[in-house]
Design a protein around this ligand. Sequence first.
Ligand code: C5P
Length: 221
Amino acid sequence: FQSGVLAGQRVVITAGPTREPLDPVRYISNHSSGKMGYALARAAVEAGASVDLISGPVALSAPDRVKLHRIGTAQEMLEASLGLLHNCDIFIGCAAVADYRPADAAVQKIKKSADEVSLQLVKNPDVLARVAGHSPKPFSVGFAAETEKLREHALGKLERKGLNMIVANDVSDSRIGFNSENNAALLLWRDDAGVREREVEQCSKDVLAAVVIAQIASLKG
Ligand code: C5P
């Protein structure tokens, strides 16, 4: 991995889960550890980039030489992302953004009463799609965790979200992906010849991060 391949480039990365409040003491979230996003931030710094990391709540410490922005909700992640776009060449959406949030977060703690309650959820904004739809658009990279039809579903996201590259991984395999130390992935992008791909065998998240950063550098030219 060549150092300096991203010298002078400004990289923004989202990482970790988001937390969507139900009331002042409860929230909806997911098991994302943030490890992949933090590994990408370190790899981008090593490649010479200046890096902003927008992170949901995780148990990781801030990587050296990275500007860390801590956020809670998807809406806060969107605002932080849009706020950094004037200064962004490459945007990597690695966060596990909650797809839905409670329709109204209660101001006071919800009291126990009925035996059954139902929760109304509304869709969160797609942070990465909003960034990739922005003009001028940074080189936009997404992640796709799939349990089936890996290539097909990931290509759908590449197109729908208007991305330059997508990193797809098969989360039905418990040895890799979500919360594990290791990862394997299929990198997909399009050029004049059509869909191109690069397969990355099972490896540590640090190694995968270095491969993803090297591929971004080579596609950006
Ligand atoms: O559509 P799906 O959630 O599978 O797409 C995953 C990709 O989109 C990831 O790169 C993730 O960070 C990004 N995403 C986002 N905002 C959302 C949902 C997903 O930025 N609300």
